[in-house]
Design a protein around this ligand. Structure first.
Ligand code: FMN
Length: 325
């Protein structure tokens, strides 16, 4: 019998498969199914600072009760947070796998309060869903990066449980960013978040949302950065997220150097129970290859460990496709 145990954020997970932050993890029944299906941990649906503020703002604009605005704003915020804390408490009492809440931080300092409360509710770690969309052409790259570093420092100074930053892939130098997060005491990074993207419907001539679900091919650009980050910043925990649609996809990320693998889109399609299938295929592959533990092969194909690291660096098609007409 193979052993799927892995270390992530200083926590021991019985399996590297984690159910990602999404609607799949927003209530206790779904979390129980995730655990029963063999997930090593769950990341709760993000508590969105922006959403809470918007919701609170729109309620307080009804204007029926002059002077009640502050009260409504505060009530709505604390009500949303209370519900979230209740879910953490319930999950902690009913699940034996680690429970990792997630908050989305944008600008205000409300999240400092959220983070403290989440820690006090017994969370095993906190995932920060972190993304600033730079829409100001006068904002330099250095200043944009500093927004991330300032937040990393602040969050580290606020709580003591392990912290993972879930980030997007588009930085001038991703490895520098991860290294700087590590230097600021961040325990892990999740590579990468998948964002809402706009599309255009040419029939109705309107902006529409692009598909929110990933395809297995989306994994390719992530694979490179997992392999590079594991080699360059070995001590930070790495969770791969994007494009994991079967057990084989999870194995690829583990070989590249991920400590854990988050799964979302395919579970929307096949049900959270599909984790069981994925687990069985990882176990089968390990048995076939003679690996008893995840640590026997994790990172075996990271940037340092492969004989031709240039394969991870190659980014132009020039040589490969010069013969294609
Ligand atoms: C419907 C949906 C809801 C999501 N909600 C969140 C969320 O609340 N917080 C978050 O950090 N990521 C959220 N995500 C992103 C996923 O956690 C995951 O990182 C992304 O979908 C890539 O993984 P996948 O290829 O397995 O889908 C959501 C994704 C989907 C499809």
């Amino acid at each position: 019998m193979v052993n799927l145990t892995t270390e992530y954020l200083g926590l021991t997970l019985k399996s590297p498969l984690i159910v990602s932050s999404s609607g799949l993890t927003d209530n206790i029944d779904k979390l129980l199914i995730a655990e029963e299906s063999g997930a090593g941990a769950v990341v709760l649906k993000s508590l969105f600072e922006e959403e809470i503020n918007y919701h609170a703002g729109s309620l307080s604009e009804t204007g029926d009760y002059p002077g009640a605005e502050d009260y409504i704003l505060q009530y709505t915020k604390s009500h949303s947070l209370d519900n979230y804390l209740k879910l953490i408490g319930e999950a902690k009492s009913k699940l034996s796998i680690p429970v990792i809440p997630s908050i989305n931080c944008i600008s205000s300092d409300d999240w400092v309060n959220f983070a403290r409360n989440i820690e006090n509710a017994g969370a095993d770690a906190l995932e920060i869903n972190l993304f600033f969309l730079p829409v100001d052409k006068k904002l330099s790259s250095v200043n944009a990066e500093n927004l991330y570093f300032n937040l990393a420092e602040k969050i580290k100074a606020t709580i003591t449980i392990p912290i993972a930053l879930k980030i997007g892939p588009r930085f001038t130098n991703l490895l520098y960013m991860i290294d700087q997060f590590y230097a600021r005491g961040i325990d892990g990074v999740v590579l990468f978040n998948r964002f809402y993207e706009p599309d255009i419907d040419i029939n109705s001539v309107r902006i529409i949302p692009a598909s929110v679900f990933s395809a297995p091919e989306d994994k390719r650009y992530v694979l490179r950065w997992i392999a590079m980050a594991d080699a360059a910043i070995g001590n930070i925990s790495l969770a791969a997220s994007t494009g994991v649609h079967d057990g084989g996809d999870a194995i690829k990320y583990l070989l590249a150097g991920a400590d854990a693998v988050q799964v979302c889109s395919i579970l929307y399609k096949n049900g959270v129970e599909f984790i069981k299938d994925m687990t069985e295929s990882i176990e089968r592959w390990m048995s076939e290859k003679g690996f008893d533990n995840v640590s026997d092969f994790r990172g075996k194909l990271n940037y340092h460990n492969v004989s031709e690291p240039g394969k991870y660096e190659r980014s132009q098609f020039m040589k490969y496709f010069s013969s294609y007409d």
